[in-house]
Structures are given as structure tokens and as C-alpha cells.
Design a protein around this ligand. Structure first.
Ligand code: NAD
Ligand code: IPM
Ligand code: MN
Length: 355
């Protein structure tokens, strides 16, 4: 197929700013080979203030018809915390069964991370995207009293764990180092931890070529900050994956570079690509937001579509975007910082030359 029907949700804060640069680069990268048709969805804080709605069933049905979704970020200081995050972002991840939240971390050439070690960092976190403590299974009793009780129950199903663990083994088996680390906290969260470990060990028997490892999440943060080169593929639950991928971004040059995909591997629903970072209200409107994470999320989007029966040229376009982003980062290291639009322009220009 050679037309991409893309839904675009810029969202809040720096979301629309970085998404505009990602679209700029995607258009240049696809050139004439593949037609990019975009439909913008005005969702987020502005829409909520105007209508009281976050995401209606009717909009969800329309979004479902697209090939993929490009999202900026959601969340705004003028909206109670959680309204947009749960009502929009998590609603999309759950409704479209994005059980693989793919978050690659690579220290790119030209980028100086905060670590002293010069060892190469190149790993990918496969974060479960539809279960864990994110399901909203909980509540509050005696609300507002001194005896209030709040629960937030982590939901872990054998079905949900097995499918994400299998996906992680497939990814590990396809990488040169073939190593998969399960990150959990099975010394304390014994019920969920036991289930994750049992399923992980069972599936591991089918992948003798993959070396496996287990780390408690607290220890995993030590190694992420002191020896991240030990990781190849990590599989973990929704909340641990959220936390360690911000840390992973920090050690590979910052949150402005970290891309992600919310993937429904079966293709029953559109997958959604977005930076790992949020709406960064502290820098919104200043031109300081780094759009690289959004741009690299666009590359992940193209790779995903290439693997799903779209024009294989999309994989080359993705490579061109990644190479151009590396070139821009190397230039910034010597020439100094660039604004949001300058980075988008530089990457788009380098893609154009490299094409
Ligand atoms: P954040 O990621 O928005 O910001 C954390 C820090 O990183 C801030 O100092 C910010 O300026 C900086 N930062 C983020 N992206 C950057 C970029 N591209 N370039 C340069 N600096 C960047 O996290 P937060 O402050 O915890 O959350 C702000 C809002 O975003 C909240 O409403 C939160 O719920 C929401 N959020 C949304 C998503 C998402 O839509 N996927 C992800 C995380 C947080
Ligand atoms: C992320 C964000 C979201 C998450 C929030 C905004 C719901 O932090 O994409 O990492 O926790 O998954
Ligand atoms: Mn997060």
C-alpha cells in the first residue's frame, strides 16, 4: 500500500510544537514514494474546556479507521491531573489494545550522556501497555476523612503477560546480542511477580538462543545508571516500564530524544506513536522543546507500517530520518543549541539530501 492515512493528535503544551516538526520531516522523508494523508484531531485541554469531553466514542470510532496515530503529548496545568492522561491517552492505549509499549534507548553518536562510561548503550524496553496498576481498578473509601483508604489494584492476567513476554522474546531473538531481562519486584509483589516469572520462564524454554536475566526494579535502576550496556531487551509491567524509560531517556541524552510506539502487533487497531515525554508546560511556547523524540517516533511509525504490508520503502525512509537526526545532534554538539523549528528544519534538510 502506498497511501498512509494518519491521525494526528498534537495535544497539549509542547505536543503540537513537536508534532508539527515530526510531520514536516515525515513529509520530506516520504516525498513522492508514499502519499501521506493526515487528519488532525483537536483533543486535549482546549477541547476539554470547550466541551467537557476528553474522547467520545464517536471520535474513537473515527480514529480506529486510520492506519496509525501520531500523538504529541497530553496533560495541562489547567485541567485536574489524570483527566486528560486517563481519559485520552490511556483510553486510546486500552481501546486500541496497545499492549506493546516499545521504548528504544540508544546513546547516539554525537550525544554526550550524563554517564562517565563510554560503553555503547543500545537497549529496548518492552513495556506492557494495557494492564498493571494503570487499569483504574481501585477507589477511595471514607473519602476526605482522616481514615480515608485509597487502593490502586494492579491487574495482571496470564493472557496479557504472555503476549507481551512473547513479543519481547521475538524482539530479543532478532537482535545480535539476544538477551532479555525481566524487570519486576517479585520479592515483594509476590502474586503478580510470580505470575510474570512463571510465564517468562515457560516462554524462555521456546527460545534457547535468548539469554535471560531477572532484576528487581530497584536494582534495575542501579544498573541503568551505572552499567546500562548490560541491557539488550527489557520486558516489564506498565508502571515499572513507565519509570525506567524516563531514566533510560535521561542516560541516553535526555527526554527530548526518547521515542516510543504503542503497538497492537496484530494490527487489529491502529498503533500510536509518541515521544516518551509529556506536555512540558514549563517550556511550552518558548521554542525550547526538542522535537527529536517526536521525529524519531515518526521513524518508528514508518518501520511499523513497513512491517505491516505497506511499501517497504517506508523502512528506508525511517533509516533516513534516524541518520538525519544523528547528523543534527552531532552538529548541535559543535555548533550549539537549536530551537524546535530549527531542529525540524535541519533534520528535514538532511533527509532531503540523503534521499
Ligand atoms: P514532562 O516530560 O512533560 O516534563 C519533564 C521535564 O522534561 C520538564 O522540565 C520538561 O521541560 C522537560 N522536557 C520534556 N520534553 C522535552 C522536550 N521535548 N525537550 C526539552 N525538554 C523537555 O513530564 P511532567 O512535567 O511530569 O508532565 C507534564 C504533563 O505531561 C503532565 O500533565 C503529565 O501528566 C503529562 N505527560 C504526558 C505524557 C504523554 O502524553 N505521553 C507523558 C508524560 C507526562
Ligand atoms: C508516558 C506517560 C503516561 C504513562 C501518563 C501521562 C499516563 O508518563 O507515556 O510515559 O504513565 O504511561
Ligand atoms: Mn512516563
Amino acid at each position: 500500500r502506498s497511501v498512509i492515512d494518519l491521525a494526528v493528535i498534537g495535544g497539549d503544551g509542547i505536543g503540537p510544537e513537536v508534532t508539527a516538526e515530526a510531520l514536516k520531516v515525515l513529509r520530506v522523508a516520504l516525498h513522492e514514494a508514499v502519499k501521506l494523508e493526515t487528519t488532525e484531531y483537536d483533543l486535549g485541554a482546549r477541547h476539554w474546556h470547550a466541551t467537557g469531553e476528553t474522547l467520545t466514542d464517536a471520535t474513537l470510532v473515527r480514529l480506529r479507521g486510520h492506519d496509525a496515530i501520531l500523538l504529541g503529548a497530553v496533560g495541562d496545568p489547567t485541567v485536574p491531573s489524570g483527566v486528560l492522561e486517563r481519559g485520552l491517552l490511556l483510553r486510546l492505549r486500552f481501546a486500541f489494545d496497545h499492549y506493546v509499549n516499545l521504548r528504544p534507548s540508544k546513546l547516539l553518536p554525537g550525544v554526550t550522556g550524563p554517564l562517565r562510561s563510554e560503553a555503547p548503550i543500545d537497549f529496548v524496553v518492552v513495556r506492557e501497555g494495557t494492564e498493571g496498576p494503570y487499569t483504574g481498578n481501585g477507589g477511595s473509601l471514607r473519602t476526605g476523612t482522616a481514615h480515608e483508604v485509597a487502593t490502586e489494584v494492579s491487574v495482571n492476567t496470564a493472557f496479557g503477560i504472555e503476549r507481551v513476554v512473547r513479543d519481547a522474546f521475538e524482539r530479543a531473538a532478532a537482535r545480535p546480542r539476544r538477551k532479555l531481562t525481566l524487570v519486576h519486584k517479585n520479592n515483594v509483589l509476590v502474586h503478580a511477580g510470580r505470575l510474570w516469572k512463571r510465564i517468562f520462564d515457560t516462554v524462555a524454554a521456546e527460545y534457547p538462543q535468548v539469554t535471560t536475566d531477572y532484576l528487581h526494579v530497584d536494582a534495575a535502576t542501579i544498573f541503568l545508571a551505572t552499567a546500562p550496556e548490560r541491557f539488550d531487551v527489557i520486558v516489564t509491567d506498565n508502571l515499572f516500564g513507565d519509570i525506567i524509560t524516563d531514566l533510560a531517556a535521561a542516560v541516553t541524552g535526555g527526554i527530548g530524544l526518547a521515542a516510543s510506539g504503542n503497538i497492537n502487533p496484530e494490527g487489529a487497531f491502529p498503533s500510536m506513536f509518541e515521544p516518551v515525554h509529556g506536555s512540558a508546560p514549563d517550556i511550552a511556547g518558548t521554542g525550547k522543546a526538542d522535537p527529536t523524540a517526536a521525529i524519531l517516533s515518526g521513524a518508528l511509525l514508518l518501520r511499523h507500517l513497513a512491517s505491516r504490508g505497506f511499501d517497504p520503502a517506508l523502512a528506508h525512509a525511517a533509516e533516513a530520518i534516524e541518520a538525519a537526526a544523528e547528523a543534527d545532534l552531532a552538529e548541535r554538539a559543535t555548533l550549539g543549541p537549536r530551537s524546535t523549528a530549527q531542529i525540524g528544519d535541519a533534520i528535514a534538510a538532511a533527509v532531503n539530501v540523503g534521499r
